[in-house]
Design a protein around this ligand. Structure first.
Ligand SMILES: [Fe+2]
Length: 300
């Protein structure tokens, strides 16, 4: 397996101040100021230099998913596999690599048009994480210290089969759950990277205007989830799923819309898996309980 973790997201925001206020005051992420920001804003949740890079723009959308390889050799294998399969890998220049605090990266697009940045060699930031909202810490490592990535992202993938094969055959992610929903008829394929988090990336077989169906961050306790829900409600951000628990990764969470419309899942108690003894599941429902969905304009 060649992709170790989902390392970061690059997000475009039409109102970057509102987005940063949401990310810091509601989610509890910490802004990291940088001399070489070139207009972007950066958010930390652990000892990575950032987990979210936010650029000001005309649209509100996910620009790129940063996928981390453990070594230069793993990274080269991924690049070679992508190139051999006819996918263009565009090398990032040294200034852009430095801005992402990585040694090297390439940009590529999956068959559904989602942009990935494949990288290795991240420079970590050992200054203490200090949440402006008082969050004690985000779950980005297991008890043994293995990097679990920032959480997970669900991407739109109307070109379902070819996009699944892009991540599994070329980048080495593996399917851990295949969710078939009856209403509306749709499919979500969940994939794990080379770490114990039950899923790092999932592909929804329908289009989505923001480029991200949702993004998940994980905290340590139910109380931290509840406190975040209170902060989200107090700040007037739409709660689009009530508290609930997912079937496949056991995540107990709620969903809130960030300014601009990307949904954030905020949860705790996510499943960590020993992949040597795991049988991939096929599910027909997403939730054990709760998660009453309330999409703006749909159920109003
Ligand atoms: Fe999720």
């Amino acid at each position: 397996m060649t992709v170790a973790a989902i390392g970061y997201l690059h997000i475009e925001s039409s109102d970057i101040d509102a987005w940063m206020k949401f990310a810091t005051a509601v989610l509890g992420l910490m802004e990291a100021t940088r001399d070489d920001s070139a207009g972007a804003r950066f958010l930390r949740m652990d000892n990575h230099p950032f987990r979210f890079m936010v650029s000001s723009g005309e649209q509100d959308r996910l620009l790129a998913v940063g996928l981390e390889c453990r070594t230069a050799a793993d990274w080269q294998r991924c690049c070679d596999a992508l190139t051999a399969a006819g996918h263009e890998c565009v090398p990032g220049d040294s200034a852009e690599a430095q801005r992402r605090c990585v040694t090297e990266f390439v940009t590529a697009s999956d068959p559904s048009g989602n942009v990935i940045e494949l990288y290795y060699g991240r420079q970590l930031d050992y200054r203490p994480f200090n949440s402006p909202a008082g969050v004690r810490g985000f779950v980005t490592a297991d008890a043994a210290g293995a990097d679990l990535g920032f959480g997970h992202a669900v991407l739109p993938a109307p070109q379902s089969e070819t996009t699944i094969r892009f991540y599994t055959d070329l980048l080495g992610l593996a399917i851990c759950d295949d969710l078939r929903l009856a209403t509306p008829p749709s499919r979500v394929v969940f994939m794990h990277a080379d770490n114990p988090r039950q899923h790092s990336l999932a592909l929804y077989d329908q289009p989505h205007p923001s480029g991200a169906v949702h993004v998940m961050v994980e905290v340590q306790t139910l109380d931290e989830v509840g406190l975040a829900m209170d902060r989200a409600k107090a700040a007037g951000h739409p709660i689009i799923a009530s508290l609930g628990r997912h079937v496949n990764d056991n995540m107990c969470s709620f969903y809130v819309l960030a300014p601009g419309g990307i949904a954030f899942e905020y949860g705790y108690d996510g499943l960590l898996v020993d992949w040597d003894n795991y049988t991939p599941t096929v599910s027909t429902e997403g939730d054990l309980w709760g998660h009453e969905y309330q999409f703006p304009g749909v159920n109003d």
